[in-house]
Design a protein around this ligand. Structure first.
Ligand SMILES: Cc1cc2nc3c(=O)[nH]c(=O)nc-3n(C[C@H](O)[C@H](O)[C@H](O)COP(=O)(O)O)c2cc1C
Length: 218
């Protein structure tokens, strides 16, 4: 008899218990393009502050690039053994164009005049443009992590394995992907594919703070 409650099924808690940060992928088992596209769509649908999505997402299959990325990522095998490497690159710095491009998009999608949105645009600019560069960079990186979370959750729901990864040298990754000239910087990486049977870490019990320690009810 299953002990899974209806709530647990609805929000995929079983999937979240099943997933783990995969260390060794099975390089023989590839994600289909359709599955990849579903994962990317989950990332695309992630919410972001003001809706600005201040990042780009690089989907890397190319062997040679992945070899280089592996070197820049402490030689972690996921970079070459997973089906795809997904790099979330945030706008490390930005000017008014970040807001202006978004306003253009909103006007197009909602079939309205840009002029109707000028108050919102000015508000966003007043909050964002005077921030110190470091604060801008931190803020955009945080947005990218939400997209990472969406992708990993979708992956778990579909029985796809993933590993979130911060263990890399940002400058090297930026150089390999030519990010800096685009005003971007690598925030975090997700490798996606299917686990290898030999990955012993899949059998490790999950370690999480207990609800009593983690949650504070007021
Ligand atoms: C932002 C972030 C960066 C991480 N970086 C790495 C990494 O570079 N290499 C790695 O093997 N695991 C990495 N992890 C995986 C964590 O160690 C793992 O999620 C954590 O220990 C909890 O285990 P679980 O995900 O298997 O439940 C990272 C996780 C997150 C969320």
């Amino acid at each position: 008899m299953s002990t899974v409650t209806q709530n647990e099924m609805h929000i995929g808690l079983e999937a979240l218990k099943w997933r783990y940060a995969t260390k060794r992928f099975n390089p023989e088992r590839e994600l289909t393009e359709e599955t990849l596209n579903s994962l990317l769509e989950a990332a695309r649908l992630a919410p972001s502050s003001y809706g600005l999505q201040p990042y780009r997402i690089f989907v890397i299959r190319d062997r040679a690039i992945r070899e280089k990325l592996r070197e820049a990522a402490w030689n972690q095998p996921q970079l070459t053994e997973a089906s795809y490497v997904v790099v979330f690159a945030h706008n490390a710095d930005f000017g008014p164009e970040l807001v202006d491009d978004y306003i253009d998009l909103v006007a197009r999608e909602r079939k309205t005049n840009k002029e109707n949105l000028s108050g919102y645009a000015d508000f966003m600019k007043s909050k964002l443009l005077d921030l110190p560069r470091e604060a801008k960079s931190n803020w955009t990186a945080r947005q990218a992590y939400i997209a990472l979370g969406n992708l990993m959750y979708a992956a778990a729901e579909m029985g796809v394995d993933s590993c979130p990864m911060e263990g890399f040298e940002t400058e090297k990754v930026n150089e390999i992907l030519g990010l800096e000239v685009q005003g971007l910087s690598a925030a975090v990486i997700a490798t996606v594919g299917y686990r290898s049977e030999d990955d012993v870490t899949q059998h490790y019990p999950k370690v999480r703070k207990s609800p009593e320690v983690l949650f504070e009810y007021l």
